[in-house]
Write a protein that binds this ligand. Structure first.
Ligand SMILES: [Zn+2]
Length: 65
């Protein structure tokens, strides 16, 4: 089972191991309903940083000449 992040209406972030397809869970701090956050966002950020690094270094190589 994948770990998902959930954010409740108070802004608490809860990480929970839930079955795929689960959209809501209970906040571990205030016990309110928490909504699933798409964790793919952080994945894309990391990948984008890595990609941008490689891109900028190859770009500076050509401008250095
Ligand atoms: Zn909460």
């Amino acid at each position: 089972m994948p770990v998902y992040e959930f954010e409740c209406t108070n802004g608490h972030i809860t990480e929970e191991l839930v079955p795929m397809g689960t959209k809501n869970t209970q906040c571990s701090q205030c016990k309110k309903k928490a909504r699933k956050i798409l964790s793919t966002c952080s994945f894309e950020l990391k990948g984008g940083g890595w990609y941008a690094d490689g891109y900028s270094s190859s770009k500076s190589k050509s401008t250095n000449k």
